[in-house]
Design a binder for this molecule. Structure first.
Ligand code: HEM
Length: 317
């Protein structure tokens, strides 16, 4: 058993919220920019790169490591673990993925337990230390809850942002007229990111268990029934969006559900938005003539996440 007493999710949420309100996504802006530039420096001479492996994967993993205060050298471990655990959250899970993911979860838990212990001895200016302080001050947050909050942040904040960056770049490459428009007016980047969140949502699905019997859209859902909510489909709803299958980076009143809604709405949406905006801005400012190197792109076999395996491109500088 990973936890003696499984932590209450809403308590975890408010714990993360308390710590998140002590800093804003803007606090990480210089680091995100510096990291985006460093990653592009590495591929500049080659004039080709895999957007997923060389850029979209590394940027969020370095940022979330920084947020949590994970030493840079340990990134490979949580990269492997989060990749495996995400497969267990997906509807396509099999006994084998569940088994591998349980092992990954234990590896991650052991790692974080050691880190939490170190931060308890020597507090630093990072998320884990702030969780520890919040626990000590309020005297009601135990180490298991700090551990669960770290794991939740890592899993929720990593894979999704990788997909946002790569899916956005892919969508723009597939719509050269929109890409040109964006290059001419980089001030459209925030609106372009919102449109990409809607058009090819990184998280396609979420789930709920009905706490009471209700009727939605003429369908009765009984108390205790599981409901799968297709955020990606809602984001292409013609009753809500004009020309929903069209990528329009100037779309106004773009009230998509890519970050969910209600009491479980994403806590990292500002951070994810800033990361994607900086990633796209830096890529477009530094490299010209971005071209897809192949039309034969592979997606990971997941239904809840839109996740490209690779996105090879060439460019000029
Ligand atoms: C493009 C990137 C992201 C997408 C598309 C995304 C999407 C979502 C969605 C749809 C939910 C709601 C799940 C539900 O309703 O059941 C959620 C929850 C959450 N997200 Fe994100 N997320 C992203 C990035 C992040 C980041 C960067 C962090 C933290 C650093 C984060 C932390 C969380 C947490 C802690 C929750 C759980 C909230 C709760 O259950 O109460 N997310 N996210």
């Amino acid at each position: 058993m990973l936890f003696k007493n499984p932590p209450d999710h809403m308590r975890l949420r408010s714990l993360i919220q308390v710590v998140f309100t002590s800093c804003t996504a803007d606090d990480f802006l210089p680091y995100i920019q510096e990291t985006a530039d460093t990653l592009l420096d590495r591929v500049e001479q080659a004039k080709r790169m895999d957007i997923v492996a060389d850029f979209a994967f590394l940027l969020p993993s370095m940022v979330i490591a920084r947020v949590l205060g994970i030493p840079a050298d340990d990134r490979q471990l949580f990269r492997e673990c989060s990749n495996t655990i995400i497969e267990a959250i997906d509807l396509t899970r099999t006994p084998d993925t569940l088994h591998r993911s349980r092992k990954a979860l234990f590896r991650l838990a052991i790692y974080f337990q050691e880190l939490i212990e170190k931060r308890t001895q020597h507090l630093q200016n990072d998320f884990i230390s702030k969780l520890v302080i919040a626990g000590e001050q309020q005297g009601r947050i135990n180490k298991e809850e700090v551990l669960a909050a770290c794991i939740l942040m890592l899993i929720a904040g990593h894979e999704t942002t990788v997909n946002l960056i790569s899916n956005s770049i892919f969508a723009l490459l597939r719509h050269p007229e929109e890409l040109d428009k964006l290059r001419e007016r980089l001030s459209l980047i925030p609106s372009a990111v919102e449109e990409c969140l809607r058009y090819d949502s990184p998280t396609q699905m979420t789930a709920r268990t009905a706490s009471e019997t209700m009727s939605i859209g003429g369908v009765t859902i009984k108390k205790g029934q599981n409901v799968y909510i297709w955020l990606g489909a809602a984001n292409r709803d013609p009753a809500k969006f004009q020309d929903p299958d069209k990528l329009d980076i100037t779309r106004s009143s773009n009230h998509h559900l890519a970050f969910g809604s209600g009491i479980h709405m994403c806590l990292g949406s500002s951070l994810a938005r800033v990361e994607a905006q900086i990633a796209i801005n830096t890529l477009l400012r530094r490299f010209s003539n971005l071209q897809l190197e192949t039309d034969d792109l592979q997606w990971r076999e997941l239904v809840g996440f839109r996740s490209l395996k690779a996105l090879p491109v060439s460019f000029t500088i």
